[in-house]
Design a protein around this ligand. Structure first.
Ligand SMILES: [Zn+2]
Length: 119
């Protein structure tokens, strides 16, 4: 039995994989929310440009991961001889959204889907 996943706002267990919204707080810390709770949290964040709390497990997160992967690969291939320092920095920056997306899947989405798989 997997560890239950609790919403970061209402602290209730998230049982439906389609009701899961994973948010990267400040682009660093992953927090799970119910979709409705995320809507409320998003409304209260007037300073959202500072907190950067965008959903990781929906379209914006997928697009960011794809663009990050492309940026990381291009930096690794094109800049590694000309400017190794810049290549390492851009590669790490590019792979960060990919790491967030993979972490969201491994920590929250996959266990939830396994737990609530139809019999
Ligand atoms: Zn909630």
């Amino acid at each position: 039995m997997a560890k239950p996943i609790h919403c970061a706002k209402c602290y209730q267990e998230i049982t439906d994989p389609h009701d899961l919204m994973v948010v990267a707080k400040l682009g660093l810390v992953l927090r799970p929310y119910h979709t409705s709770c995320y809507g409320e949290v998003e409304k209260t964040l007037a300073h959202q440009w500072l907190t950067e709390s965008r959903p990781v497990n929906h379209r914006p997160g997928n697009v960011a991961a794809l663009l990050g992967l492309l940026l990381g690969l291009l930096a690794m291939l094109l800049l590694r001889r000309a400017s190794p320092g810049a290549a390492i920095l851009l590669t790490l920056l590019g792979f960060w959204p990919v790491a967030l997306r993979v972490s969201s899947y491994a920590l929250f989405e996959r266990p939830l889907r396994r737990e609530h798989r139809p019999a």
